[in-house]
Design a protein around this ligand. Structure first.
Ligand code: SAM
Length: 615
């Protein structure tokens, strides 16, 4: 997920955006949307095909997102189709688009201003438009019924990372004569790989190279009348024998009542899948998700490690996700007030210096600040330089879980059992049998998302899961009231919420019980005081209460998400360490898509790093 260059564009006399480096237009001067409609939608049989589509989701792949005109019109048409045919099988549109030179937000704003008939959608797209970081940006619109996967980077590098077949392909991109690098034979091989029986292709060009390449890749190709003054364009179709479709999963059982389970339940319910949630406690969020406040920011490395790539992607998705659910009415405390990480020791200072020098990440995500700037940002005087994550912040995982649970209970597709301890699971006669104290429960598809108890079952016991007890102290301190950002050192201090700051957290690898100790409270305060050079605003802080729980991690510091090989219908989700709030939304989305066989929001290579079978 490194930073990309924005497109260099200018606007011609007709007001059409032109790519300066390619000397080609983003859409024809004769009316962008009419061309989009004719070339890409109509020639792919849209919107009519949606009415008869037998899958729950329809997947469009596009080469070259550009100004997003093709996406916006598809979105509008899909909205209209949903209103007209609310009970039709196809309920969701996935639009996976690749873009190597994303327009800057200001250029995109100008380019979209002409589409007055789509102004509402244009505003929504602009509000969600991602930072220019390579990789997949999943943007969810219309309550998750329209999903844009914006894959930033070269289409020929990124397309091999996709696994979900397309129903329709919008083969866009500048003309082959002006952009030969894109129209390589590998592009067509990949398009064929991502096609199934009946997949259609439409492209504005009628170039012989494109026609031959499509044919060689296995498509049947036709020349049809082009748009406006263009004489011809191409359409294509994949005619291979249809594969037998696997029956769609209709119900999923989740063991666990923390943030990972609840995010997964939300992602599945949104896809029309029934969910049964089983939790051994008397309420959700009693273990590691019980914290009052948790910082949400990515752990970025100077180099593009799998961990920092995942963190950048998960962080950006999490911001959108929480905001969306907040807007939907889940009333939980959150504040995107920024996170300041002070370089309080030499090791941290060197690591931060390397991160800034390498400049892999845009300043809008993380930037260096000196002591004065840091003090201004924090609202209290600090004594160190550091790095600042302006988009980051904190939220209350406990409140989020409670609110999500409340929302889920109002959904007819949701069932739950609290105080239900699952002792063992066994696969018998095509389904999972869960043994509990109060009787057996049956499940066809089962997710283990039970935090530090993830490896408690025969089927998961080989996972080398570490349990690290952590305690967060709740502090009353009037002199800290001006703190307006999350302040991290070796530990962290949150801004006040309900007159309490959270100071954390301890790391205890030896404890087997998540008990609260006085000693840990003292350790938290002493660490903050020592690291921050005994600031006046921390003097006499009063600890009012605390919370303790186990964080679960794996030796490679990556979470585990996905199916367990050889265990039909069994999935694992966990090892989120201290990052459950940030990682859960994207990983739950990934898991839901794996279960529903829908397009996945992460690179295949990264998904493989998270595999449940890697140990
Ligand atoms: N579909 C767009 C729309 O609706 O506005 C118009 C696409 S424009 C004609 C072509 C786009 O392809 C440009 O945005 C360009 O940056 C992108 N592009 C060109 N070569 C590419 C490559 N190798 N990988 C990904 N995108 C590429």
């Amino acid at each position: 997920m490194s930073e990309l260059s924005n497109a260099k564009i200018h606007f011609n006399e007709q007001g059409t955006p032109v790519a300066s480096d390619f000397d080609d237009v983003y859409f024809s001067n004769d009316g962008g949307m009419a061309e989009t409609d004719y070339v890409f939608l109509q020639q792919n049989g849209l919107p009519q095909r949606w009415q008869h589509h037998t899958g729950n989701a329809f997947h469009i792949i596009e080469t070259g997102f550009g100004t997003g005109a093709n996406f916006l019109l598809s979105w509008q048409r899909f909205r209209q189709y949903r209103q007209q045919f609310p009970t039709a099988t196809c309920q969701r549109l996935y639009f996976s688009s690749f873009e190597k030179f994303p327009l800057s937000l200001s250029d995109l704003t100008r380019a979209l201003a002409v589409h007055t008939e789509l102004s509402e959608l244009c505003q929504l797209l602009l509000a969600a438009y991602p930072l220019p970081l390579s990789g997949c940006h999943r943007l969810c619109f219309d309550n998750g019924s329209v999903i844009l996967d914006l894959w930033l980077g070269d289409v020929n590098t990124l397309m091999p990372e996709l696994t979900s077949p397309a129903d329709a392909i919008f083969l866009d991109g500048f003309a082959p004569s002006k952009n030969p690098d894109m129209w390589q034979s590998g592009l067509f091989t990949n398009l064929a790989r991502l096609s199934r029986s009946g997949t259609t292709v439409a492209t504005f060009t009628s170039a012989g190279l494109v026609k031959r390449s499509l044919q060689q890749a296995g498509f049947s190709v036709a020349k049809v009348k082009g748009f406006g003054r263009k004489r011809e364009m191409l359409t294509a179709r994949m005619d291979i024998p249809a594969e037998q479709s696997t029956p769609r999963v209709s119900e999923v059982t989740i063991i666990g009542g923390g943030i990972a389970s609840l995010c997964t339940a939300l992602a599945l319910i949104q896809r029309g899948i029934a969910v049964q949630l089983i939790c051994e406690d008397d309420s959700v969020a009693r273990q590691a998700s019980q914290n009052r406040q948790g910082a949400v920011y990515p752990n970025l490395h100077a180099n593009l490690t799998p961990e920092s790539q995942l963190h950048a992607q998960a962080f950006l998705f999490a911001r959108q996700f929480y905001q969306r659910w907040h807007n939907t009415g889940l009333n939980f405390a959150m504040d995107w007030c920024g996170v300041l990480h002070l370089a309080t020791n030499e090791q941290l200072q060197q690591r931060q210096q390397k991160l800034i020098d390498k400049a892999l990440w845009p300043a809008s995500l993380v930037r260096a600040v000196n002591t004065d700037q840091a003090s201004d940002i924090a609202g209290v005087a600090v004594s160190h330089d550091g790095i600042y994550y302006p988009l980051a912040g904190w939220l209350s995982p406990q409140q989020f879980c409670q609110q999500a649970f409340h929302f889920l209970q109002q959904q007819t597709l949701f069932r739950f059992s609290l105080n239900c301890h699952v002792v063992a699971i066994a696969h018998q006669q095509g389904e999972w049998q869960l043994t509990t104290i109060t009787g057996d429960i049956r499940a066809k598809t089962l997710i283990l998302a039970c935090g530090s108890k993830l490896a408690h079952f025969d089927q998961s016991k080989t996972l080398p899961l570490n349990k690290i007890r952590g305690q967060v102290s709740h502090v009353k301190q009037p002199a800290l009231a001006p703190l307006k950002t999350v302040l991290c050192h070796k530990g962290y201090i949150t801004p006040q919420w309900q007159n309490i700051h959270c100071i954390g957290a301890t790391f205890d690898r030896t404890s087997s019980e998540p008990v609260i100790t006085k000693q840990d409270d003292e350790e938290n305060l002493q660490l903050a005081q020592a690291q921050l050079k005994h600031p006046k605003w921390l003097e006499g802080a009063e600890i009012t209460s605390a919370a303790a729980a186990f964080r679960a991690t794996l030796p490679d510091h990556l979470p585990v998400v996905g199916a367990v090989t050889g265990q039909s219908g069994l999935y694992l989700f966990g090892a989120l360490g201290a990052r459950g709030i940030m990682l859960s939304p994207l990983l739950a989305e990934l898991l839901a898509c794996q279960i529903c066989a829908e397009p996945l929001p992460l690179n295949l290579s990264l998904i493989n790093r998270l595999s449940a079978n890697r140990f």
